[in-house]
Design a protein around this ligand. Structure first.
Ligand SMILES: [Zn+2]
Length: 287
């Protein structure tokens, strides 16, 4: 899985040479050309790993089996590791999954667009006289974000995180083929989409689906993400909301596959994903 192009023969990550010595007691390879020593996880998301392979594989199985994600406390207990280890490992795996979600290819066919707001909850004060009007901007936390999803019918799910749902118009221009058609709800900022595509609109105050015009596939994606955020994680930082959005999109797109195949796909993605810039040495950097 690490070197599919050479059928499993080690390739030097530094110079690309295929001739290597096998240092079997240390489970490493040494490049015949540049003498660089490397292991099967060098240059991947698992670089500098300390956990056993069997534990890493267990983490992947637990994560793909949980259809709405799993809390990090639960994962750390299942793997018998620290909470911090589970947190970073799961985020690295989400980054690996994102390779399959954000492929860079535009969406085609019929695409549904919608947004849903997450986070920024303000806890009301205990006494009524101390409570503030939580609808006013000055009383809000500034941590509320919108997940905008573009979802092909019978196809891929592409999520983004923004501050305003109206930013979805620009995202559609960048990520949807000009020959596609769209579905959107009654929100007025989607009116701008009509300039570029044939758009079916559905007014949710009147009906959820009329003659096939609906955004129900986008809503099912939000249903999964909402249950993941509210039911499993309880709180997610706005900074990392995109990671959870990608995780839910991956689960949505692969939901019909057997779980063995899902686990195999995540292992392959992890082996193909580069060293994580955000997550490698995450806790060390904070110290
Ligand atoms: Zn080399």
């Amino acid at each position: 899985m690490r070197w599919p192009e050479t059928d499993g023969e080690a390739v030097c990550p530094r110079c690309g040479c295929c001739e290597t010595y096998n240092i079997s007691p240390r489970r490493k390879f040494k490049c015949k050309a540049c003498h660089h020593q490397f292991s099967v996880t060098s240059g991947t998301i698992f670089a500098s790993r300390k956990m056993d392979f069997v534990d890493l594989l267990a983490a992947i199985c637990i994560l793909v089996n949980a259809s709405k994600g799993v809390s990090m406390v639960q994962l750390s207990r299942d793997l018998d590791c620290q909470y911090k280890t589970a947190f970073v490992l799961a985020h690295k795996l989400r980054e690996a999954m994102a390779q399959e979600v954000h492929t860079g290819e535009v969406l085609d066919g019929h695409v549904e667009i919608d947004g849903a707001y997450f986070g920024g909850h303000i806890r009301p004060e205990n006494r009524k006289e101390d409570r503030k009007d939580r609808r006013l901007k000055e009383n809000q936390t500034g941590k509320r974000r919108v997940v905008i999803v573009l979802r092909e019918r019978k196809g891929r799910t592409l999520p983004f995180v923004a501050k305003q749902e109206a930013e979805g118009v620009e995202l559609a221009k960048e990520n949807v083929d000009r020959m596609a058609s769209l579905s959107a709800d009654e929100a007025s900022h989607w009116d701008l989409l009509h300039a570029a595509w044939p758009v079916e609109r559905i007014n949710h105050s009147a009906a959820y689906s009329v003659d096939g015009a609906c955004t129900n596939q986008a809503e099912s994606y939000f249903s999964r993400l909402r249950r993941m955020v509210e039911g499993q994680h309880h709180h997610v930082s706005p900074q990392y909301l995109y990671q959870y959005a990608n995780h839910a999109a991956w689960l949505e797109d692969n939901r019909r596959l057997p779980n063995g195949e899902q686990a195999r796909k995540v292992v392959a993605n992890a082996m193909g994903a580069p060293v994580s810039r955000s997550w490698k040495g995450y806790w060390q950097r904070a110290a």
